[in-house]
Design a protein around this ligand. Structure first.
Ligand SMILES: [Zn+2]
Ligand SMILES: [Zn+2]
Length: 336
C-alpha cells in the first residue's frame, strides 16, 4: 500500500510502499477513504510526543470502510463504514476505564501516535476506537468531524449552557467554523469572534447571530453589553485572544479552551470571583462521542469546509495547514 510516514522527527514526510497491515484479534483493518490533517500531527512530525516509535504514519481523522476483521471482533463487519479519531483505544481495566471514563484511560492509545494512522491506504484500529458512520455522510466531510468536529461538539454539549443562552466562539478557523454551526444548531444565541473582518459573512452563513471584529472592538465589552456570555469556547490557539474574551463572561459563565496556546492565559480574577466564572478545558471524546458527532452533523447538515489533497501531496497540505492557508481543513484522499 501507499503510505505517508514520518521516518525521522523534524524531517519531511516520506511517501513509501508498505505491506498492508493485518488486524490483530481485537482489531479491524480500515480501507481509508479520507484522512484530515490536524495541527496535532505536529506532535508526530516534530517529535514533540514522548515515546513515539518511528517511522510512524500520522493521521487521526480517518474515514473509511472495514475490509478485514480480527478473530475476536463481533460487533463490526467487513463493509461497515467507520471513523477513527484521536482517541485510539483504551485498556478497560485502569481506574478511569472502570468508571467508564475511557478518554482519561491511563493507557489510552492515540491514533497515528501510538500506532500507525490514516495517512495511508489502509490502517488497523482496535474495535473500541471505531465510530459507526451514517451511510449518507461523505467520507471527506466526515474526516475532520472526527477531531475538529467532536472536540467542539462535545465541549459545547458538556457545558451548562441551555437553548437561548449567549454562547461565543472565539476564532473562526478549523475548529471555530464547526463550533459556530454546532452552537447555532444547539439553539444558543451564537456570537462569532475573530480578528479577521473578512470572516464576517462566513460567520453569519454558518449560523452566527452576531459577529465581533476583535481587531476593531473590545470583545469582552461587547459581550458584556449583550448581557455576558454563558460560555466562551476558545478555538484559536492564542493566549492573547483567549485573554481578550475572558472579561466577557456573565454570571456562572465559563471559558472553555479547546485550542492550546503556547503560553499561559491570564483571567480577571475579580470578575471570576464576583460572577462565579470558571475557566476549563475539554479534550475530544471517545468513539461513541465521535459517532454522536457524525450523527448530529448528518442530522443538521453540518459540514466542514475542506480542501482535498492526494496522499503524495501530504507535505504541501501540511505546510499549508501550518501557514494558516487552508480554508479550513485539509483532507488527504488516497487515489485522488
Ligand atoms: Zn486533531
Ligand atoms: Zn484504561
Amino acid at each position: 500500500m501507499k503510505a505517508v510516514q514520518v521516518t525521522e522527527p523534524g524531517e519531511p514526510f516520506e511517501v513509501v510502499d508498505r505491506d498492508v497491515p493485518d488486524p490483530a484479534a481485537d482489531e479491524v483493518r480500515v480501507e481509508v477513504d479520507a484522512c484530515g490533517i490536524c495541527h496535532s500531527d505536529v506532535f508526530v512530525k516534530e517529535g514533540q510526543w514522548p515515546g513515539v516509535e518511528y517511522p510512524r504514519i500520522p493521521g487521526h481523522e480517518v474515514a473509511g470502510r472495514i475490509d478485514a476483521v480480527g478473530d475476536d471482533v463481533e460487533a463490526w463487519e467487513v463493509g461497515d463504514r467507520v471513523g477513527v479519531g484521536w482517541h485510539g483505544g483504551h485498556c478497560f481495566t485502569c481506574d478511569a476505564c472502570r468508571r467508564g471514563n475511557f478518554i482519561n484511560c491511563e493507557n489510552a492509545k492515540v491514533t497515528g501516535i501510538s500506532y500507525d494512522g490514516g495517512y495511508a491506504e489502509y490502517m488497523t484500529a482496535p474495535q473500541e476506537a471505531l465510530a459507526r458512520m451514517p451511510e449518507d455522510l461523505d467520507s471527506v466531510d466526515a474526516a475532520p468531524l472526527l477531531c475538529a468536529g467532536i472536540t467542539t461538539f462535545n465541549a459545547l454539549r458538556n457545558t451548562d449552557a441551555r437553548a437561548g443562552d449567549l454562547v461565543a466562539v472565539q476564532g473562526v478557523g478549523g475548529l471555530g467554523h464547526l463550533a459556530i454551526q454546532y452552537a447555532h444548531a444547539a439553539g444558543f444565541e451564537t456570537v462569532a469572534i475573530s480578528r479577521s473582518p473578512d470572516k464576517e459573512d462566513l460567520a453569519y452563513d454558518l449560523g452566527a447571530d452576531h459577529f465581533l471584529d476583535a481587531s476593531e472592538v473590545d470583545p469582552a465589552e461587547e459581550l458584556q453589553s449583550m448581557g455576558g456570555a454563558r460560555v466562551v469556547l476558545g478555538t484559536a490557539p492564542s493566549a492573547d485572544a483567549m485573554e481578550s474574551v475572558a472579561g466577557g463572561l456573565g454570571v456562572d459563565g465559563e471559558l472553555v479552551a479547546v485550542a492550546v496556546p503556547g503560553g499561559p492565559v491570564s483571567v480577571p480574577v475579580q470578575q471570576f470571583v464576583t460572577s462565579r466564572n470558571a475557566v476549563s478545558g475539554w479534550p475530544s471524546g471517545d468513539a461513541r462521542d465521535s459517532q454522536d458527532t457524525l450523527e448530529f452533523s448528518d442530522l443538521r447538515d453540518i459540514t466542514p469546509e475542506i480542501e482535498m489533497y492526494a496522499l503524495e501531496d501530504a507535505e504541501e497540505a501540511y505546510d499549508a495547514m501550518l501557514d494558516n492557508e487552508v480554508r479550513f481543513r485539509a483532507v488527504l484522499v488516497p487515489g485522488e
